[in-house]
Design a protein around this ligand. Structure first.
Ligand SMILES: Cc1cc2nc3c(=O)[nH]c(=O)nc-3n(C[C@H](O)[C@H](O)[C@H](O)COP(=O)(O)OP(=O)(O)OC[C@H]3O[C@@H](n4cnc5c(N)ncnc54)[C@H](O)[C@@H]3O)c2cc1C
Length: 491
């Protein structure tokens, strides 16, 4: 038993099913909880950032939950590498407990904190919480990390036992009283302004996650059929909550299993139809673990192609490419579904998965622009930005990653639009200027004659941009670009 333990919250903003907190309550006589708004992370962010507001709101909820258990959350605005050791000393903690992070930057920070704590004889212990399996828990028969998803998923599912998704017992137990009740800094004190988070109806914290999960549980059976159609409410929208840990991955895996995910995989459906959708959704949760694992084992993917041969790809960098990149960022490429997707990102901080794949493919394969530039743009704007999943998604779309889309499979942006937004409902939602374009032209309005443009009041080049690139020509350039570096001439 340790006399006092400081639990350091990071991307795990809940008090239920929390590995480090459960372990601290089991092993510490006095348990304190803290969160640091890390100046090193906040400094480069825009002063209006949905993520900061989401975290702030989630901390208010967490603080209230912890107050009901004897003491609130200690919240500091400082450099975490200095503040955590200082706080641990102040509180007389024998150890700091936290949940493990797989990002290279976070691992380096934790190593620095561990060294500073060690100088005072204080330990840092890290626990698995973000993932179902991590480290060397799921390896190939040869003892190496998987680099292909399907065999990884099969091994993951084979290994999954009840203990792996059993909740940690952290929601009960008293916290040590604090000399004075801590006060959460306001957003303004942190140097930030409110965003449109509330208008968007994005509720932070544990209750926000609970509501979304309950809503999704009523639709999980339809997930497989509906998840590719951005105009439908087919997906869970839980990514921001997973990102900041306002819900645990174990709870979500348990929900998928309760809906019959494994029974459906065995070909032994439970008859209520939910199993198939749940199995498909569980697979997405496994992708999340997969990309954490890739980032953990292959940190070079930050900044480099997973497949080194593709680091020599000659991306477009001239003035035309710069203008095209600016058009992509602003949602002005002239391809309606691409532009609507970018508007969704800019106005809400979220983008539907099908559209992340489409816009990433468009940037890299139609515009020939380096995937790292798109990755960085998403990193700035996504409310659910997660280095592992974002990097994995970009390298998948750009064909530079492990188990990526082969480079010769290039999405046709018009065909994708016809297939996944057939009536143009999503397009019209985010591009109201196209509201009156007839359905048969909504995916490629530039095909309208001058008379048709006048008739619907949408003139190409005036009311909506002309396409920045011609897809077939762009496709040929991309095939040449990849063939020049692909060792076997094929991906
Ligand atoms: C280019 C690109 C960039 C992406 N960037 C991110 C990112 O920064 N953060 C992020 O969480 N996801 C990212 N994804 C994955 C995916 O698009 C989002 O997780 C998903 O759209 C979130 O919506 P949802 O919660 O409704 O998903 P659901 O369909 O309900 O899926 C449930 C959960 O599974 C996980 N998941 C689903 N698909 C993936 C995937 N391909 N890789 C890893 N995890 C997945 C997410 O945690 C998600 O919340 C990216 C995908 C691409 C193609």
């Amino acid at each position: 038993m340790l006399d006092a333990i400081l639990v350091w919250f990071r991307r795990d903003l809940r008090d239920d099913d929390h590995a480090a907190l459960a372990e601290a309550l089991r092993r510490g006589r006095r348990v304190y909880c803290a969160f640091v708004f890390d100046t090193a992370i906040l400094a480069p962010l825009p002063r209006s950032d949905r993520r900061v507001e989401f975290i702030h709101g989630s901390l208010q909820v967490l603080d209230a939950a912890l107050r009901a258990r004897g003491a609130g959350l200690i919240v500091r605005h400082a450099d975490a590498t200095e503040e955590i050791p200082r706080l641990a000393r102040e509180l007389g903690a024998a150890a700091v407990f936290a949940n493990r992070d797989y990002e290279p930057g976070a691992k380096a920070r934790d190593a620095r904190v561990a060294r500073a704590l060690a100088a005072d004889g204080i330990g840092l212990e890290l626990f698995k919480d973000q993932a179902i399996f991590d480290g060397v828990e799921v390896l190939t028969q040869g003892g190496r990390p998987y680099t292909v998803f399907t065999p990884y998923r099969n091994a993951w599912l084979k290994r999954l036992g009840d203990d792996d998704h059993r909740p940690h017992d952290s929601a009960r137990g008293e916290l040590a009283p604090l000399p004075q009740l801590p006060r959460l800094p306001t957003l303004a004190e942190l140097g930030f302004q409110p965003t449109n988070l509330q208008t968007l109806g994005i509720a932070p914290g544990m209750p926000g996650a609970r509501r979304l999960l309950e809503d999704f549980q009523g639709r999980i059976g339809r997930y497989r059929e509906q998840r590719d159609f951005p105009a439908m409410r087919g997906v869970s929208y839980l990514s921001v909550h997973l990102r900041f840990g306002t819900v645990s991955i174990r709870r979500l895996v348990s929900a998928a299993l309760a809906a019959g995910a494994l029974r459906a995989r065995d070909g032994d459906g439970d008859g209520d139809g939910d199993g198939d959708g749940a199995a498909c959704w569980l697979s997405e949760l496994v992708w999340r673990d997969f990309f954490f694992m890739i980032l953990d084992h292959f940190p070079r993917v930050v900044g480099q192609a997973f497949r080194p041969a593709f680091d020599t790809l000659q991306w477009e960098t001239d003035a035309t490419a710069e203008a095209a990149f600016a058009a992509w960022c602003a949602g002005h490429t002239g391809y309606p579904l691409v532009d609507a997707a970018m508007q969704q990102l800019l106005h809400t901080g979220y983008m539907h998965n099908r559209l992340r794949m489409l816009t990433a493919s468009f940037l890299t394969k139609d515009l020939g622009i380096d995937w790292r530039r798109g990755e960085a743009f998403f990193a700035t704007h996504l409310i659910d930005f997660d280095l592992a999943a974002n990097n994995g998604g970009w390298q998948w779309a750009a064909s530079t990653g492990c188990d990526a889309q082969p480079y010769f499979r290039i999405f046709n942006p018009v065909r994708q639009s016809e297939r996944f937004d057939p009536a143009g409902r999503f397009i019209r939602r985010y591009l109201p200027e196209l509201a009156n374009v007839p359905e048969r032209f909504i995916h490629a309005p530039w095909l309208m004659s001058a008379v048709q443009q006048q008739a619907c009041g949408v003139v190409i080049g005036r009311d909506t941009p002309a396409p920045v690139v011609e897809h077939d020509a762009a496709r040929r350039r991309t095939l040449q670009r990849f063939a020049a570096v692909s060792p076997s001439g094929a991906a």
